[in-house]
Design a protein around this ligand. Sequence first.
Ligand SMILES: NC(=O)c1ccc[n+]([C@@H]2O[C@H](COP(=O)([O-])OP(=O)(O)OC[C@H]3O[C@@H](n4cnc5c(N)ncnc54)[C@H](O)[C@@H]3O)[C@@H](O)[C@H]2O)c1
Length: 257
Amino acid sequence: MQLDGKVAIVTGAASGLGRASCIALAKAGARIAAFDRDEARLADVCRELGGDALGRVVDVANEESVSTAIDAVVAAFGAVHIAVNCAGVADASKTVSKGQPFPLATWSKVIGINLTGTFNIIRFAAVAMTRNAPEGVSGERGVIINTASGAASQGQVGQAAYSASKAGVIGLTLPVARDLAEHGIRVVSIAPGLFDTGMVSGMPPKVSQSIVDRMILYPNRMGQPDEFAGLVRHIAENAYLNATTISLDAGARMQAR
Ligand SMILES: NC(=O)c1ccc[n+]([C@@H]2O[C@H](COP(=O)([O-])OP(=O)(O)OC[C@H]3O[C@@H](n4cnc5c(N)ncnc54)[C@H](O)[C@@H]3O)[C@@H](O)[C@H]2O)c1
């Protein structure tokens, strides 16, 4: 898809991978609808983007919040061509900790945001995309990009809910791509390794350093958000990428802890 003048929704836009995706897509000429639940940081990102970027406080886990926000994007920009799902949380707990079971509220929160939230954006954005005129030789109407994680298949101690949510994102990629193929809409997920964002700065430094030292193959460092955003841009532009999950992890193989 040619990005110039296209409309891109990015969730988790106020920080990390979402923020970098907004910047990369805006540089390619896309108009950005930035969704996040963090109002203050979202305002900072919209100021940084300048132009006609639309910032919207959205809770991706909430159906009404998502549907009204996507209606607002269509009202403001006339269409939705690209949806990038980056909103996510990584709350962790052991399955049994100090004699207590994994808190169900934590499980529901992580699944609600990472998995149900991703699907909320997918289904409402896809409805808007079906109304686009087909473009180019492929007749493309839209592209949806999700953020999974290496933890989907290599979750560490404490990551039961997070890993399950990200395995769910990988699992839905093919069937949703199959559902939307007849509309000319592609679906691709990215499984990042360890990236230098707010999510990781919340970890104890010795945990993230140990991952870098022992589990990342090469290069021996965290990924930078603009390396993720570069892949987002490429997926959006390359019409032949569909129904797959791409690892972006410097060959990382996660261990238990
Ligand atoms: N950073 C990593 O190493 C890494 C690795 C693998 C996967 N990921 C995934 O990448 C995505 C982006 O993470 P990040 O590293 O940029 O983290 P981050 O914490 O920097 O950004 C996440 C953003 O999501 C927003 N958010 C959280 N819940 C929300 C909700 N209910 N509705 C709307 N917005 C919400 C937060 O406010 C925040 O701005 C997440 O899905 C995360 O699981 C990150």
